[in-house]
Design a binder for this molecule. Structure first.
Ligand SMILES: *[C@@H]1O[C@H](CO)[C@@H](O)[C@H](O)[C@H]1NC(C)=O
Ligand SMILES: *[C@@H]1O[C@H](CO)[C@@H](O)[C@H](O)[C@H]1NC(C)=O
Ligand SMILES: *[C@@H]1O[C@H](CO)[C@@H](O)[C@H](O)[C@H]1NC(C)=O
Ligand SMILES: *[C@@H]1O[C@H](CO)[C@@H](O)[C@H](O)[C@H]1NC(C)=O
Ligand SMILES: *[C@@H]1O[C@H](CO)[C@@H](O)[C@H](O)[C@H]1NC(C)=O
Length: 953
């Protein structure tokens, strides 16, 4: 009797241990367990043997596979075990802001072939960066900044052809910057990387000339505060995409290459504290420059360079100790964005005359230790002026400008929002909405802000607003955000304290902290453009409800087993173990199968073998169901012939748009596969990119990146609240044209879109245009075998009449539709409005002999208000050429792109700067709130957060 009871207990216990919940792919569980054993302070729910099924904090899974580990700011400590290699499906690893994570990065990390984000910001990792990192072919984000890595930058990083973000700053890296040589790779091969952040290391030697070429697409080159020597290579002038260049605080010598001012997109230029000689660089033509710091270099003695008063965007001119002599021109001070002029320790002489027309943002003119002997003061209230150490102050002048002012730190902090802050208990803090809570805190570091007036609260308020909007759009439980105490650190970074307050409760849980940490660590958050590149360093968050309780394991099953295992039981145990092993094996097989999206398809139809699915993921139906809240109406954002479109949030927080084929309208599996292969091969910054797809349970779905500002149509009709001025329209036209041109000329095989219209041109957060729905024609259930004769489809109003009549589809049909879009941009009218056809309306109104071609009557008033002379006429000419009756007379898309570029140059715009970002301002950040989905709960404001409080008066 007794004996049977024991057996029964044991049976139950064993089933609990081995069976029921074990759901996670075995290798993944084993690897995670090994990591966990090396770590302290793992989340208390890391218990049991099913990380995926039991939603371990910080772990995300796709089916049974662990695809992401994000554990920011939880005081995790220990080493990263080489068993990490077992997590072979891992896409994201973010252990940022855990200073207790120490020891080397294991070389086995190179086995994680799916890894796309490796983010270890602000930890205590040391030792060399393993060379194996170069085999992570999918890597997009590599952020190892703010650790203690030593040794050289591994040349193998040059193999990471998908890398977008490379941040190795704030370590102890030494040696030279590696460039390729023979079969050895180097950083010059990273032609898709936009960010080289290598500041605050001990890199030495010359900056290799070979590092730079016109193939690079870098926008931020940050090499400040290293030990680099030798000349600045003139090849730098070939990297036309650069926006921020920091080479300051090195030992660079020689003269600055003359072609520096070929870099016309640069906004921040720091060359200070080197040993540069020769003349001051010629910055004429660098019209986007905001911040220039050339201080502390032994340049040859020169007069005042003429460019200082001709840089229209200048906010900050820092030329201390540079051997400049002569009298400052009064025109310098009327640059309308000017904030700071710092020219200490030079030979500025004569009269300081700031005129009466000086910039209303002008805050400081520091001319200490120069030769100024008089000062023309106009009006009372003006910028702070310091002339200590000039002849004008020699005779014990008592004027305010003859006194060195005390160092004052501007002290921005968020004002309370229509409420009275009450004192909070013990260690809680009051938010700007007057709630006491435990905020998540840390520091934001901006590596090259384009402004120097840290006393301007509007700018910080815009940062808070953007932070809040980002957390909201990723559905984070955030009540409010404050930034405070702006200071400049020794390398010139703007440092801010950040506090993020929880909503609903007085503290965050681990999931909340890890998501918010990830939004900040992986650059999901994009600050307003004036702040430039940044990183965040978070503090530990010790306020989880369970922190004192520690991890509570259920009464250990091992005790039961231990006490029960007796001779007679052993047999049963072995038997069960055998069953378990079999089950796990089967499970592993199904897991593998699930991981191959087409595994279940009939092999005979799998012509060509393994499908080419570059960069796109297979989702299960359940996953997409979950992330759209069961395809709820609330998440519906559109519909079309193909089916419905839903907004969804992936477990990693990324927003996506999901197109779900209507039951019945879907096509055969093989066609679907072909279609996806085609789409996943097409990559261009002006095409909406495919994130993944779902072919499961009879469903066919395509998952696209989410475009936060909706369709061009919505903006033109005013529905989205975004005001598209002429400059923005030109940029949108160019972006869309480049996207279509790519489909025609560079996609292989070429793709004819067939449905170009303003509803298929989407706008991202920076109003970059991206073309959507290309290649979808086939998804509507039609097979096409390379023939150009097809059933006519398209949208009324955009349809090429020639195609309609002959059914011969060519690229020129897309050109026709594109011409209609150009006319929409001009007039903001629908192609067919109240029975009137836009082409006819424009042709009838147009009279080339009259001013503005006599188009005033049909132009959109917003265009009429601020167009550049001549550009509208050229634009109208182009549009009408595109809609010529005969395809032969229409231009190719490549010509259209060229012509729009010409028009932009005519209008004073640089067609190669990145979108509206260059002018992204507080204004735009604010408008972002009115995008078309605002009223669809994307911004579910909680607490008292109201964007309108920031409305500038
Ligand atoms: C300047 O930039 C152009 C591209 O806009 C490039 O063709 C040219 O070679 C550059 N000139 C120099 C001197 O680097
Ligand atoms: C400076 O550059 C501009 C634009 O490239 C050029 O027109 C001008 O001649 C240059 N000035 C000097 C002094 O070299
Ligand atoms: C200022 O210095 C320049 C160069 O040394 C000299 O030519 C000029 O005469 C000086 N002007 C005044 C007003 O002293
Ligand atoms: C503060 O910044 C905003 C936006 O950049 C600007 O429009 C405003 O003039 C600035 N105010 C002052 C006092 O400088
Ligand atoms: C953690 O917080 C999020 C957001 O407030 C909530 O959705 C989730 O259920 C919480 N998790 C736990 C385990 O309480």
């Amino acid at each position: 009797m007794m004996c049977w009871r024991i057996h029964l207990c044991l049976l139950v216990a064993l089933v609990q241990v081995f069976g029921i919940a074990a759901w996670t792919y075995t290798d993944d569980f084993v690897a995670l367990k090994s990591l966990k054993d090396e770590w302290e302070n793992v989340p208390p729910n890391w218990d049991g043997d099913d990380p995926c099924g039991h939603n371990w904090d910080g772990i995300s899974c796709s089916d049974t596979r662990v695809i992401s580990i994000t554990l920011a700011s939880i005081n995790l400590s220990g080493h990263l075990s080489s068993d990490i290699k077992g997590l072979s499906a891992l896409e994201t690893l973010d252990l940022s802001y855990n200073k207790g994570m120490t020891g080397p990065l294991p070389s086995s990390i190179g086995n994680l072939q799916e890894l796309s984000s490796l983010i270890l910001v602000g930890c205590g990792f040391s030792g060399p960066i393993p060379s194996s990192i170069g085999s992570l072919q999918q890597l997009v984000y590599l952020s190892l900044n703010s650790n203690k890595f030593v040794g050289e930058i591994p040349p193998s990083i040059g193999n990471l052809s998908n890398l977008y973000w490379l941040d190795l700053a704030d370590n102890k890296l030494s040696g030279t910057i590696p460039v390729s040589k023979g079969s050895t790779p180097g950083l010059d091969m990273l032609v898709h990387t936009k960010h080289f952040h290598f500041g605050n290391n001990q890199l030495s030697g010359e900056i290799p000339s070979q590092l730079f070429s016109s193939k690079l697409t870098l926008i931020h080159l940050l090499l400040e505060s290293n030990q680099l020597s030798g000349n600045i290579p003139s090849s730098l002038g070939l990297v036309q995409t650069l926006e921020v260049v920091r080479l300051d605080r090195n030992s660079l010598s020689g003269s600055i290459p003359e072609n520096l001012n070929n870099l016309t997109s640069v906004q921040e230029l720091y060359l200070a504290s080197n040993k540069l000689t020769g003349p001051l660089p010629n910055l004429t033509g660098m019209d986007l420059l905001n911040y220039v710091d050339l201080s502390n270099n032994p340049f040859d003695v020169t007069g005042i360079p003429p460019w200082i008063s001709s840089l229209p965007s200048l906010t900050s001119l820092i030329l201390e100790n540079t051997h400049v002599e002569g009298q400052l021109p009064v025109s310098l001070f009327s640059l309308f964005q000017l904030q700071t002029v710092a020219l200490k320790n030079n030979r500025i002489n004569g009269t300081l005359n700031i005129g009466s027309n000086y910039s209303n943002q002008l805050q400081l003119i520091d001319l200490q230790n120069n030769f100024v002997d008089s000062f023309a003061q106009r009006g009372g209230y003006g910028p702070q002026i310091i002339l200590v150490g000039n002849p004008i102050c020699d005779e014990g002048g008592t004027e305010s400008y003859c006194v060195v002012p005390p160092q004052t730190n501007s002290s921005y902090s968020t004002p309370p929002e229509n409420c009275t802050p009450l004192p909070c208990d013990s260690d809680k803090t009051a938010s700007s909405t007057c709630k006491c809570a435990y905020p998540y805190s840390g520091n934001l570091f901006f590596r090259s802000p384009s402004f120097s007036n840290f006393g301007n609260s509007t700018i910080f308020a815009s940062l808070e607003e953007k932070l809040m909007a980002t957390f909201m759009s990723h559905s984070q439980p955030v009540d409010s955000v404050t930034v405070s105490n702006p200071t400049k650190n020794e390398v010139g970074y703007l440092v801010l304290d950040l506090q993020v307050f929880p909503s609903g409760q007085d503290h965050f849980n681990r999931t909340g902290i890890s998501r918010i940490g990830f939004i900040l660590s992986n650059q999901t958050f994009k600050p307003p453009h004036v702040f430039g590149p940044f990183y965040f360093n978070g503090n530990n968050y010790p306020y989880f409800a369970d922190v004192t309780g520690g991890s509570h394991k259920s009464p250990s099953t091992s005790i039961i087993i231990g006490s029960a295992v007796g001779g007679s039981v052993l047999f049963l145990l072995l038997l069960l173990a055998g069953v378990y092993a079999l089950r796990q094996k089967r499970r592993a097989e199904t897991a593998v199968k699930k991981n191959d999206p087409f595994g279940s398809w009939d092999p005979s139809t799998r012509s060509g073998g393994v499908p080419q699915l570059k960069g796109s993921r297979c989702f299960s139906f359940e996953e997409l169901k979950k992330c759209t809240n069961n395809f709820s109406e609330m998440n519906g954002i559109g519909s079309g012939g193909f089916g419905k479109v839903y907004r969804g949030t992936l477990p990693n927080g990324r927003l996506v748009a999901i197109k779900r084929a209507q039951q019945g309208s879907s096509q055969g599996g093989l066609e679907f596969k072909n279609e996806i292969e085609l789409l996943s091969r097409v990559h261009h910054k002006n095409l909406v990119s495919l994130v993944g797809f779902c072919f499961d349970q009879g469903e066919q779905m395509l998952v696209y990146e989410y475009m936060i500002n909706g369709t061009l149509k919505d903006s033109l009709t005013g529905r989205s609240g975004i005001r598209l001025d002429w400059m923005r329209r030109l940029r949108i036209a160019l972006g869309a044209a480049r996207g279509v041109q790519y489909l025609h000329d560079l996609a292989d095989p070429p793709i004819i879109h067939r449905d170009i219209k303003s509803n298929n041109i989407l706008l991202d957060e920076r109003l970059n245009a991206k073309v959507a729905d290309f290649g979808l024609s086939k998804l509507m259930g039609e097979t096409e075998s390379g023939h150009v004769t097809t059933q006519v489809k398209g949208t009324m109003g955009y349809l090429d009449p020639e195609y309609y009549m002959t059914q011969q589809l060519t690229e020129k049909s897309d050109v026709y539709s594109f011409g209609i879009v150009l006319l929409e941009l001009l007039t903001a009218k629908s192609p067919i409005e109240r029975g009137k056809y836009i082409v006819r309306e424009v042709k009838v109104a147009m009279d080339k002999t009259k001013e503005m071609y006599n188009l005033q009557g049909v132009l959109d008033p917003i265009v009429a208000a601020n167009m550049a002379p001549g550009s509208v006429e050229k634009f109208a000419d182009l549009a009408l050429r595109c809609v010529q009756e005969s395809g032969l007379n229409r231009p190719m898309m490549s010509e259209v792109v060229k012509e729009i570029e010409n028009i932009m140059e005519l209008a004073g715009l640089n067609p190669n700067t990145e979108s509206a970002s260059a002018s992204e301002s507080y204004e735009e950040a604010k408008k972002g709130f009115e995008h078309p989905y605002t009223n669809e709960s994307l911004f579910a404001y909680s607490g008292g957060y109201t964007p309108s409080k920031l409305e500038p008066k």
